[in-house]
Design a protein around this ligand. Structure first.
Ligand code: GCW
Length: 694
């Protein structure tokens, strides 16, 4: 592990600006830093001191300057450049009280003597830390000298959370970038500098919560809440707190049994209730700022309240009551469905499950319970409609869960920049409280009066030197943080920002990477399972193609291809009725073959291969064309990437080329298997006579 490698530094300041004129232009501003005294409590950590340290070291890395430091009393604030110039002209915003995590950043030139200054003011030290990272992003994306500007930023989502699916044996569930940075051999790796470096990466993009173990909590991880491990967990909590990030743990619903202390986990049993109440006391004694629990219960064979004839509200409330005296929260996941389905049974529809289980419970959850709902009704496929549950429980706190780890979207071997996909969800109008009830507004708590809400996502990092396996997969982690802070940011804007920070502003590599990222989701979609029918992957493993891999399985994930057609009828009249879970506007829109958008057609309808899409193509011809186009696109990327060899560092050029070549193999295999499969089923040849192995 080389902490100095380019990949390791990711989007943070990594190397000296190549042009000395840029350094000269910024020097008057960057040579002096004046910070509020409160930022330097003797020997203590916390986001304030972190902010100052990050600023000084970022300036040093980019410019080689060592700013002189002056201290002054006052609220969390840093002034760069001429402090005298800054003081007499405070902008109006400096007077406003700011939300705790908000900040003002002003760069200006003194009217008196032309000297440059910048003022960074936070609503708290956490706000100031965000301001510093904003400023460093600005430095990292500029090719010119300072420009006058003023921004006031408040995070749109209160909760911006990362979920690690790390196990204590060192493995990572759905991890595609090596082993866990947190654990090895059932021990917490406290000695590893990577954990603090990861906190830094997350802090730099505005993440404010992290759950540090897999939602599938096995025996060893169950012990994270015991006196043996809590002191170590507390040290992790401190590392994250320095970057303004609150620590959560995934809890085993059956912990009292698993730890050998009780014989039941019945949420209404008094012993169970007081066991958890004592446990909460113990946890908060060790970690006063503990965030709470993430819980996967009665899902994929995990224990839960169903065992005792109780429901999810009983289960979640019991834990919530234990945490409430300390301000803790329960993130209760809604990924609940029958994973022992009989494929012969056409009446059960896995897509319906979350809504069917949870919707009737609206109003029964405590204020400190937050339902965590996956973005789609199935499972992080390359294309799914929005989960109809999101926003459908006006009296229950909710966060949306995305998956940054590319389980079904190329596993960080294939490039698939997910920000454009996430934006289709965030921008989606649910109509649940009239027009304009978009997912991003629901998540931000602007539609229903949620006490807690926001966005959560499954992390994609591991102990690979560059964190994410594929260098370009870092863009997804970065993008999630940026979007969680401000869902109005454009996908292209985020791609541009990340590419510039990572490959250097204005470089040919940054320009091409930005383009490639923006093409990557549609490309991945075009060679894998067509028109949102989903799955078609090798069971369990979920990367390579296997069209019928899940077709006769217990998992409820079927495409129903026969000789005449393909797709799942989820309509009210003839199908599973799933579409009826949406507000009327969307139910009607998706429910009719005429109005259902092409890209979601096979999710909602079973259609003949000869059905004409809105594009004018038949379904079968669309399948053939897009599979060929997808693989050809990857070929073209490789040719363009090769031309960049002399423009960039070998450290990243070769591995990225290697991944693109793997992606091409994968794309060709998908293309040929899917095309052959449908050609054999339908007997309809390709109009253009291309090679299909029928
Ligand atoms: O997508 C499925 C994954 C499981 C995962 C589960 C979940 C953590 O294949 O590996 O388990 O979702 O979200 O709980």
């Amino acid at each position: 592990m080389t902490r100095t490698s380019r990949g390791y530094k990711a989007w943070l300041p990594a190397e000296r600006w190549p042009d000395s004129s840029r350094i000269e232009a910024w020097k008057p501003l960057l040579a002096t830093v004046t910070a509020s005294m409160t930022l330097l409590p003797a020997g203590e950590g916390g986001p304030g001191p972190t902010a100052l340290r990050e600023l000084v070291s970022g300036i040093g890395t980019l410019t080689g300057l060592t700013p002189s430091l002056a201290l002054q009393a006052g609220p969390p604030m840093i002034v760069l450049g001429s402090a005298e110039a800054a003081e007499p002209s405070p902008s109006e915003h400096d007077m406003l009280p700011l939300h705790e995590e908000a900040y003002v950043l002003r760069i200006a030139q003194s009217r008196d003597n032309g000297s440059w200054y910048a003022v960074l003011r936070g609503g708290s030290e956490r706000g100031l830390l965000h301001a510093v990272f904003h400023f460093l992003r600005l430095l990292g994306t500029t090719t010119t000298g300072p420009v006058e500007q003023e921004v006031v930023e408040t995070p749109r989502n209160a909760l911006r959370m990362i979920d690690q699916w790390d196990n204590m044996d060192g493995s990572v569930e759905r991890g595609y970038s090596g082993d866990s940075i947190f654990y090895r051999n059932n021990r917490i790796q406290l000695e590893s500098p990577r954990i603090a470096d990861y906190a830094r990466l997350l802090g730099s993009i505005g993440i404010n919560a992290i759950s540090i173990n897999n939602v599938n909590v096995h025996h060893e991880e169950t012990k994270l809440i015991t006196s043996a491990l809590l002191p170590e967990v507390a040290r992790l909590a401190d590392l994250f707190a320095d970057y303004g990030i609150q620590l959560f743990l995934s809890a085993n619903y059956a912990a009292p049994i698993e730890l050998g202390e009780l014989e039941t986990a019945d949420p209404l049993d008094e012993d169970v209730r007081s066991w958890w109440a004592r446990k909460a006391e113990e946890i908060y004694a060790a970690i006063p700022d503990f965030g709470g629990f993430v819980v996967k219960a009665d899902s994929e064979n995990r224990p839960g309240p169903f065992t005792y004839g109780r429901d999810h509200a009983d289960g979640a409330n019991m834990l919530a009551d234990a945490l409430a005296p300390f301000g803790g929260r329960v993130m209760w996941r809604c990924f609940v469905y029958d994973c022992h389905q009989d494929w012969r049974d056409r009446s059960t529809d896995r897509a319906r499950a979350a809504y069917d289980h949870f919707k009737p419970l609206d109003g029964r959850f405590r204020d400190n319970v937050v339902l965590q709902i996956k973005n789609g009704p199935m499972d992080f496929q390359v294309r799914e409609p929005i989960s109809p549950l999101f926003g459908a429980m006006p009296n229950t706190n909710q966060v949306m869960e995305f998956q940054i780890a590319q389980e079904y979207t190329g596993q960080q071997r294939d490039v698939c920049f997910l920000v454009p996909q996430w934006k289709t969800y965030l921008d989606f109008d649910t109509y649940l409280k009239g027009p304009g009830s978009t997912v991003k507004r629901i998540a931000a708590g602007e539609v229903h009066p949620f006490v807690h809400s926001g966005l959560a996502a499954v992390s994609n990092i591991g102990d690979d030197d560059n964190w994410t396996g594929h260098h370009l997969a870092q863009a997804n982690l970065f993008g999630f943080g940026r979007l969680a802070w401000n869902p109005e940011l454009g996908a292209e804007e985020i791609a541009a920002e990340w590419s510039a920070l990572t490959f250097g502003p204005g470089t040919p590599a940054a320009a091409f990477v930005q383009e490639l990222l923006m093409e990557s989701w549609p490309t991945y979609e075009s060679y894998t399972a067509p028109l949102s029918v989903g799955w078609m992957v090798q069971p369990h493993y979920h990367y390579a193609v296997d069209v019928d891999g899940y077709e006769y399985s217990k998992w409820g994930t079927y495409h129903f291809a026969d000789r005449d057609g393909v797709g799942v009828d989820r309509t009210i009249k003839t199908g599973t009725g799933y579409v009826g879970q949406y507000a009327a506007e969307n139910a009607v829109h998706y429910g009719s073959i005429e109005s259902c958008p092409d890209e979601l057609l096979l999710f909602f309808h079973h259609v003949p291969y000869t059905h004409r899409l809105k594009s004018g193509k038949t379904v079968i011809q669309y399948i053939y064309d897009s599979r060929f186009e997808g693989a050809a696109k990857v070929e073209a990327w490789i040719e363009r990437w090769k031309k960049l060899e002399s423009e960039m560092d070998a450290e990243r050029f070769a591995p990225i080329l290697g991944r693109l070549e793997m992606q091409l193999d994968n794309a060709r295999q998908w293309r040929d298997v899917v095309n052959t499969y449908f050609c054999r089923k339908s007997g309809i040849p390709d109009e253009h006579g291309r090679l299909i192995y029928a």
